[in-house]
Design a protein. Structure first.
Length: 127
């Protein structure tokens, strides 16, 4: 039996969910899990993993419109390298790398459909 260590999952809706999956993999280092598509290519449900945690996403539909843009914070070990990867993949950097007075080094980027992502070293579990 697998014991869940995560009980809250960020969920996103994208007009072009397949392009979003590709972008999140290339720019931010997510790894693709399950992707369930309908016959027309609509993504009904997809799972992406980042460093032991999961997000879920799917295509926008009449009964599941986009709820964004939203902002999500992700803990990374090396924000400088992560920033460089995101920039090289074409991510729009909306906040350059900065050292915060509370000890975090972080930056912000926007995905293809306007959701904001912050990546940094602040980890509330480590406090």
């Amino acid at each position: 039996m697998t014991v869940a260590t995560q009980s809250i999952f960020s969920t996103f809706r994208y007009d072009d969910a397949l392009a979003a999956i590709d972008f999140l993999e290339r720019a931010f280092g997510f790894r693709r899990g399950a992707v369930h598509q309908g016959p027309d290519g609509t993504v009904h449900h997809a799972e992406l993993r980042f460093d032991g945690e999961w997000i879920m996403l799917g295509s926008t539909r009449d009964d599941a419109p986009a709820g964004g843009p939203v902002t999500t914070y992700v803990v990374v070990e090396d924000p400088d390298a992560h920033h460089d990867r995101a920039r090289a993949a074409g991510a729009e950097i909306v906040r350059e790398l900065v050292d915060q007075d509370y000890g975090s080094r972080e930056y912000g980027a926007r995905d293809l459909e306007g959701n904001r992502w912050s990546f940094g070293t602040y980890d509330p579990y480590a406090q």
